[in-house]
Design a protein around this ligand. Structure first.
Ligand code: ADP
Ligand code: MG
Length: 246
């Protein structure tokens, strides 16, 4: 498909799942599958956990969704578009229409909290007057209005992750991807981040969370997709963490 990439527009006009993996495999090295024959459909507005032990292929799924990497076999569709068919200029636009949060926060260390969030808006050339409205709104959503001047080194892990979340959300993404967002946080901060993700989802964003956190997964009663050795071994609508059974 030609033209510029507009995920918001595509999602309004297309009935397809927001994320669809059609028999997707990824081999980083020949013969060694990071993921194998994955079929997953995620509908608009869903909240989905992806769980599985280290090396089971979770981050590979996220990287495929972000179109950082391409499948070796199969196709990944987002809002009905096959990601491998996006052109270069469409790829950067596509990525900017998705919010992402990582375990290690990935904030700009030489910029304060306000600037970290504002930066995401400057990249997509939001007018300065809009930025001055949007950034405080986002900092307030994550409960950090009063820390807007603080640099990452002056913030706790939980606070840094909340800034990262504000940055991921400021451009109003249709999809939020979080790869082990609570991996470096204590239980209290983990819950705060999870409740924020739930709130974001209630407002209409499709949320995909990779996590190891058994308590969180068991408590939240969301859809849970479990990976093992690169394959989906369970996909439950209101699941808990799959333990000893496998
Ligand atoms: P998880 O996030 O569940 O820990 P990953 O998706 O990171 O799993 O990795 C799945 C498998 O792919 C692992 O065996 C890992 O070693 C391998 N892998 C991941 N990234 C690369 C890479 N860039 N090059 C080679 N192998 C990789
Ligand atoms: Mg990982």
């Amino acid at each position: 498909m030609a033209g510029s990439y507009d995920l918001h527009r595509d999602l309004q006009s297309i009935q397809a799942p927001v994320i669809h993996f059609d028999h997707v495999s990824k081999e980083y090295q020949k013969g060694i599958h990071a993921i194998e024959d994955i079929c997953i459909s995620i509908k608009k507005g869903e909240f989905v956990f992806i769980v599985g032990s280290s090396g089971s292929g979770k981050s590979t799924l996220i990287r495929l969704m972000l179109r950082e990497i391409l499948p070796t076999k199969g196709k990944v569709f987002v809002a009905g578009r096959e990601l491998s068919r996006l052109r270069r200029h469409q790829i950067s636009k596509y990525r900017r229409s998705i919010g992402v949060v990582f375990q290690d926060f990935r904030l700009l260390k030489d910029r304060n909290a306000y600037e970290n969030v504002a930066f995401a808006q400057r990249v997509v050339e939001v007018p300065p007057a809009e930025i001055r409205k949007n950034v405080p709104r986002m900092l307030s959503l994550v409960g950090l209005s009063e820390k807007y001047k603080a640099f990452p080194s002056e913030l706790s892990g939980g606070e840094q992750q909340r800034i990262a979340l504000a940055r991921a959300l400021v451009n109003n993404p249709v999809i939020l991807l979080a790869d082990e967002p609570t991996g470096n946080l204590d239980p209290k901060n983990s819950w705060e981040i999870m409740h924020l993700l739930e709130e974001v989802n209630r407002r209409g964003t499709t949320v995909v969370v990779v996590t190891h956190n058994h308590e969180v997964v068991d408590m939240m009663q969301k859809r849970v997709i479990t990976l093992r050795n690169g394959r989906v071994i369970s996909d439950e609508q209101k699941g808990g963490y799959v333990y000893a059974k496998y």
